[in-house]
Design a protein around this ligand. Structure first.
Ligand code: 5BU
Length: 466
């Protein structure tokens, strides 16, 4: 190993930036080590060394401008920028409400390539967010250079979205240098190695265990129903006439734990529709979920939910909600309501080219986690199993992930729908699947419902030991 790297590892250890012990991580896992590089800015000799190492790492890369992800890597990128004569740009954490309102500060031309420097890589999440901001501003991102790679498979994660990752030191480098210098004993080193060598994913827990940590009654109810029915299948019953609706629901009711309606597509909706729906829900023990996708300001959604022809709040225990209008929509919907109701937030969509960004998804999850009393979970999707896993890891065990866009026989519908298989959806981390045409458009909806139910429940049992 090059001297500069060795010196860096020893310096970081000396200033307490590399710590060993027991640390609770944001994900809930307990790590035997912790890396915190925030204080390095106060040690000019360390920065000087890092800048040299970064310069070497950047030597074979093509780029027009560089950036560092705030806060830790931004001063590093600034130094490298001066040393290499490469213009620096940076992305604001918050867009200013006044002045220019720009997201990216600094001068650049659309189409230029931006190299991104960061201090650490763990899950790759913040790298995707940074790349997304740069790309939205018209820059192209190819390379990431990180000081320390503490990930399980960071290179692969970034490669899955077409990016390249180089890092200066790995966890293995740290362990070997500290071990040589007798600054770390072999047992602890092995513990660190084992921790890093496990994929960053939480195990899929059984509903029976999750119920113990779930306090919101409306979320408990979902888990209890899934367990009682031994089904994690939601039927999306998007048909236009009442007779077909009830015909399919009568046949498929025994297989599902929840029916999802789009009540406004029923052509011949009459006053007896809801009592019939309630009757079947009771008979077959399933829950009623209206996919209304509320999206307006609090005061409007309150009326849309409680009034009008459908009076959705009277009969739909769960509804879907877009968070585009902000957190107050939850107060509009669920505040001062006499009956218990809860929402599923749209965190990601299955439609091709949808405008939901990684940042938006993260913000939706942040709001949802604060509002567990009225948010039972999220509607989400993903490109593949790994993509879903990364998303799922951010969802707490006392909320659910429901996944639409699932079909065993089709990849899409020619109108933008993109399908996953049941296996991929559940292995990735969906708690339940939402299936529409896979069942409704089949010649034998009852048999199709049984097929989806069995596939989803078997897959769930396998990944969770339920
Ligand atoms: P399908 O027939 O299985 O494609 O129906 C899927 C249902 O899920 C349909 O009611 C959509 O409105 C709903 N859906 C979806 O497909 N994708 C999404 O991202 C969201 C909802 Br949100």
């Amino acid at each position: 190993m090059e001297n500069g790297k060795r010196t860096l590892i020893l310096d970081l250890h000396r200033i307490g930036a590399l710590k060993f012990g027991e640390f609770k991580l944001k994900s809930g896992a307990t790590s035997p080590f912790y890396i915190d590089l925030r204080s390095i800015i106060s040690y000019p000799e360390i920065i000087r060394n890092i800048v040299q190492l970064l310069k070497t790492a950047l030597a074979d890369k093509q780029f027009d401008v560089i950036t560092g992800i705030p806060y830790t890597a931004l001063p590093l990128a600034a130094q490298v920028s001066v040393e290499l004569d490469a213009p620096l740009v940076y992305q604001r954490k918050e867009v200013k409400a006044y002045g220019t309102g720009k997201l990216i500060e600094g001068h650049f031309e659309e189409g230029q390539t931006c190299l991104i420097i960061d201090d650490l890589i763990t899950t790759g999440e913040s790298k995707f967010e940074a790349a997304e901001g740069m790309e939205r501003a018209g820059l192209t991102v190819v390379d990431f250079v990180c000081l320390i790679d503490r990930s399980y498979n960071g290179q692969e994660i970034l490669a899955s979205k077409g990016y390249k990752l180089s890092s200066i030191i790995t966890v293995e480098d740290m362990l070997s240098v500290l071990g040589e210098q007798k600054l770390l004993d072999d047992k602890l080193a092995q513990k660190v190695r084992d921790f890093v060598n496990q994929p960053v994913e939480k195990p899929h827990l059984k509903f029976s265990d999750r119920l113990a940590v779930t306090t919101a009654p409306m979320t408990q109810k979902l888990m209890e129903t899934i367990l009682r029915k031994q089904s994690n299948l939601v039927l999306s019953l998007d048909v236009e006439d009442t007779a077909t609706f009830f015909d399919i629901l009568e046949k498929t009711g025994p297989e599902i734990f929840m029916v999802k309606t789009h009540i406004d597509i029923i052509k011949d909706f009459r006053g007896d529709f809801i009592p019939r729906l309630r009757g079947l829900a009771k008979k077959h023990d399933f829950i009623i979920f209206e996919d209304r996708k509320f999206a307006d300001i609090g005061s409007t959604v309150r009326k849309q939910f409680r009034s009008g022809v459908y009076k959705i709040a009277d009969w739909a225990e769960y509804v879907t909600v877009h968070m585009i209008a902000g957190e107050a929509i939850l107060d509009g919907l669920f505040g001062e309501l006499e009956v218990p109701r809860s929402g599923f937030l749209l965190a990601r969509m299955s439609a091709k080219g949808n405008l939901i960004s990684e940042t938006y998804t993260r913000q939706v999850l942040e709001i949802g986690k604060r509002r567990k009393e009225c948010v039972s979970g999220y509607i989400g999707h993903g490109a593949d199993v790994d993509d879903i896993k990364r998303f799922r890891n951010k969802i707490p065990q006392d909320q659910l992930l429901l996944m639409p866009g699932v079909n065993l026989d089709s990849k899409g519908d020619g109108l933008g729908q993109q399908y996953l298989t049941v296996e991929d959806a559940i292995t990735g981390g969906a708690d339940a699947i939402i299936v529409g045409r896979g069942i409704v458009a089949s010649k034998d909806p009852a048999a199709a419902a049984k097929r989806y139910r069995t596939a989803a429940w078997q897959a769930f049992k396998r990944v969770s030991d339920e």
